[in-house]
Design a protein. Structure first.
Length: 308
């Protein structure tokens, strides 16, 4: 599966004990100096993850991310921002040659069935939102948009629900294909966060993407959710590889940064990198510690798990 290459920079040097053999320069605050070495993989923080260190201004947060070596950003809330705010974000990212990750494209029916019902109202609204998302994606130079199908329908057999969803996704992809944009379907876990959702596992998402049969319908593999739902992370990555276009990160339990839970992220990241992945990995998690200390701990965790 071909993915685009991303901008790389050189490194400066000074030892950091926590990071093993890696070497990076730190400023007086303890954070990495400006224009620091990017990571092996293209991790994408979200707004708010470094607000204690960078302040509340979104442009300052982007600059802070860049200064720590991150070369991407994801923002689930991008579609809710004003056009002026979207353009301001896009200008800053273009100046830094940073890549935009996912934003949420559709209204998610968390507590009631939606796209799986086959009802025209839901499908038509979905297609309308996809058309609107095309304009957002163009404005902020994004390629991927997250789609969550919504709640399961207890009155329908799973096969009928799957067929209804496939049909809705095909209609959405008809809009996206000419623009080179991609829906990424995100399976969610029932047990810690999203009970009742239709799409829960990677094999299920793989089956749906194969049925839709469009380059504009792929999988968002959220490693946190899948550790809870089914585990078997690396084998499922391999089996579903042709349909995976995006990853998201969070350790389990707790949905905090890597190294705080049970997932061996050094091995997972190394495996993804060895397969030639050059897409984005969204940092969709919180911090294990509060304040600036917690934000520094996030950066250190990524330097540690990316050290291969």
């Amino acid at each position: 599966m071909k993915r685009r290459s991303f901008f790389k920079l050189g490194a400066t040097a000074a030892a950091v004990p926590f990071l093993g053999n890696a070497v990076y320069a730190h400023d007086s605050s303890g954070f990495l100096s400006a224009n620091e070495k990017p990571f092996n993989l293209n991790y994408a923080p979200h707004f708010g993850l470094f607000k204690e260190s960078a302040g509340m201004d979104l442009i300052d947060q982007i600059q802070f991310m860049y200064d720590q070596g991150f070369r991407s950003l994801e923002d689930n809330e991008m579609g809710k921002r004003t056009v002026d705010e979207q353009e301001r974000i896009a200008r800053k990212m273009a100046a830094l040659q940073m890549d935009m990750g996912v934003f949420v494209a559709n209204t998610i029916t968390w507590n009631r069935p939606g796209l799986v019902t086959g009802e025209k109202e839901y499908t038509d609204n979905f297609v309308k939102e996809i058309r609107e998302s095309v304009e957002i994606a163009k404005r902020v130079n994004a390629k991927w948009m997250t789609v969550v199908p919504g709640h399961i329908d207890l009155s329908l057999e799973m096969g009928y629900q799957t067929a209804n969803l496939v049909e809705a996704l095909r209609r959405g992809c008809e809009v996206l294909e000419s623009h080179g944009l991609i829906i990424v379907l995100e399976p969610l876990n029932w047990w810690a966060n999203h009970a009742g959702q239709f799409l829960t596992k990677i094999p299920q998402a793989y089956e749906i993407c194969k049925a839709v049969n469009s380059p504009s319908c792929k999988i968002l593999f959220d490693i946190y959710h899948q550790q809870i739902s089914e585990g078997n992370i690396i084998p499922n990555i391999d089996k579903a590889w042709s349909e995976i276009a995006y990853f998201q990160i969070g350790d389990n339990p707790g949905r905090k940064e890597p190294t705080t839970g049970e997932i061996n992220y050094i091995n997972v990241f190394k495996h993804i990198h060895a397969k030639g992945y050059d897409g984005l990995l969204g940092m969709e998690h919180g911090q294990s510690l509060p304040g600036k200390q917690g934000e520094q701990r996030v950066i250190e965790a990524y330097r540690k798990t990316d050290n291969f």
